[in-house]
Design a protein around this ligand. Structure first.
Ligand code: UD1
Length: 352
C-alpha cells in the first residue's frame, strides 16, 4: 500500500500531522506533497517544525494567485506526480484550493481519493471553501467525517453509507498533542488578560467598509480589554491598501501553532472568522464570537462555546461585553474529539 498525502495551506498541516504519524506507526509507505499554496515561513515552515511533520517529499511551489490560477496550476503540477508515484490512495485535507485541485487530478486518473474532514457544509456557495468541500466530497472514494451532522449532509447528497467513516476531529488530535507545550509556552510581551482576534475571509477583509466597521468595533472593545491580533498576510495587505488605522490593537505577524494555542488558553474571548478556531475554542472551553452569518461546523454552536454574530457589529459589541461581564457561553466537548481520529483513519486506510 502506497499512500500519498496532499497539503497546501496552514490548516491542512494541523490536520495531516496526526494522520502522518499514525500511518508511520503502522509501517505503511507514504509520500508527502506540499502544493506551496502557503509558502511564508510563518504560514508554513514553522508548522512543519512544531507539528513534527517530515520535510515534504515534493513541493509544487504553486504560490498565490486567483482561485482559477491556483487550482489549475496545482492540477497541472500534481498530475505528473501521481503518474510517476502511482499511489494506491491519495489523502486530501479540509477545504482549501489544494484539496479540490488534488481530488480532481486523482478522479481523472482514476486513483482513489480519501477526504479528511468530509461532509461539512455551510450551505453558502459564496464561500470558496464550500465549493471546494462539495466537489471534493463528490469525487472522494473514502470520506472521513468529524461529526454526525457531516454524515447526515453526505447521506442527503446520496453518498453511499459504506463510503462514510465517522472518525472524529483530526485538528483536535494535534491540539491535544501540543497542549502541554502550549501550557508551558512563555508568550512574553503579550498581556495576561486578552481578547484574541483573527480575520482573513474575503467577505470580511476585502470590502473596505466592512473591514473598517470590524476594526472600529474592536477599537471600542480595547477600552475594556487588550486585543491581540495576529494578522494574516491578506488582511495586512487590505489594511494598508484601504489606509485604515489600527491604534490600540496589538497587530502581530501570524503566530506559530504552539504560541497561538497558548494565547487561546489565556484569552477571555476569541473573535474570528476562521473555521478551525471555532473548533479549538470549543475544545478549550473559551468563548468564541464568529464573524460569519453561517458555519460549516454547527456542532461548535449547538454543543460548544461558539456564537455566530454575523456582520452585525452591534451584536458583536453586545456579545463581547456580555462575555467580559462573565456571561460567556459554556459548552461541552463533542464526541470523538478525543485525540485518536488519526489512528482511526490509519486503521481504515490499512484495510482499504
Ligand atoms: C486559505 C484557504 C482558507 C483558509 C486559509 C488559512 C482557500 C480557498 N482558502 O486562504 O480556507 O482558511 O488559507 O490560512 O484555499 N499569502 C502570503 N503568504 C502565504 C500565503 C498567502 O503572503 O504564505 C497572501 C498572498 O497575498 C495571497 C493571499 O495571502 O494572495 C491569500 O492566500 P491564499 O492561499 O489564496 O488564500 P488564504 O486567504 O490564505
Amino acid at each position: 500500500m502506497h499512500l500519498l498525502h496532499v497539503v497546501g495551506a496552514r490548516p491542512n498541516f494541523v490536520k495531516a500531522a496526526p494522520v502522518l504519524r499514525a500511518i508511520k506507526r503502522r509501517g505503511l509507505r507514504q509520500t508527502l506533497v506540499h502544493t506551496g499554496q502557503h509558502y511564508d515561513r510563518n504560514m508554513s515552515d514553522v508548522f512543519f517544525t512544531q507539528l513534527e511533520i517530515p520535510e515534504p517529499d515534493i513541493n509544487l511551489e504553486v504560490g498565490s494567485g486567483s482561485h482559477a490560477f491556483q487550482t489549475s496550476e496545482i492540477m497541472r503540477r500534481f498530475e505528473p506526480v501521481v503518474l510517476e508515484h502511482k499511489p494506491d490512495l491519495v489523502l486530501v485535507y479540509g477545504d482549501v484550493n489544494s484539496t479540490v485541485a488534488a481530488a480532481l487530478v486523482c478522479a481523472k486518473l482514476v486513483v482513489p481519493v480519501g477526504h479528511v474532514e468530509a461532509g461539512l457544509r455551510s450551505f453558502d456557495r459564496t464561500m470558496p471553501e464550500e465549493v471546494n468541500r462539495i466537489v471534493t466530497d463528490r469525487l472522494s472514494d473514502v470520506l472521513f467525517t468529524p461529526s454526525e451532522d457531516a454524515d447526515a449532509n453526505l447521506q442527503l447528497e446520496g453518498v453511499p453509507s459504506e463510503k462514510i467513516h465517522r472518525v472524529g476531529n483530526v485538528m483536535i488530535d494535534s491540539l491535544i498533542q501540543l497542549l502541554p507545550a502550549a501550557r508551558s509556552c512563555h508568550t512574553n510581551g503579550f498581556p495576561e488578560r486578552l481578547a484574541l482576534v483573527t480575520l482573513h475571509r474575503p467577505s470580511n477583509v476585502d470590502d473596505s467598509e466592512n473591514l473598517r466597521r470590524v476594526l472600529d468595533s474592536l477599537r471600542e472593545t480595547s477600552e475594556r480589554i487588550e486585543i491581540v491580533f495576529p494578522v494574516h498576510p491578506r488582511t495586512r495587505q487590505r489594511i494598508k491598501e484601504f489606509g485604515l488605522s489600527v491604534p490600540k490593537l496589538h497587530l502581530v505577524d501570524p503566530l506559530p501553532y504552539i504560541e497561538f494555542l497558548a494565547l487561546q488558553l489565556r484569552a477571555a474571548v476569541v473573535i474570528t472568522d476562521s473555521g478551525g478556531i471555532q473548533e479549538e475554542t470549543t475544545y478549550l472551553g473559551v468563548p468564541c464570537l464568529t464573524l460569519r452569518e453561517n458555519t460549516e461546523r454547527p456542532i461548535t454552536v449547538t454543543m460548544g462555546t461558539n456564537i455566530l454574530v454575523g456582520e452585525d457589529k452591534n451584536r458583536l459589541t453586545r456579545e463581547l461585553h456580555s462575555i467580559l461581564d462573565g456571561n460567556g457561553k459554556k459548552g461541552v466537548i463533542p464526541p470523538l474529539w478525543d485525540g485518536h481520529a488519526g489512528d482511526r483513519i490509519a486503521g481504515i486506510v490499512q484495510r482499504f
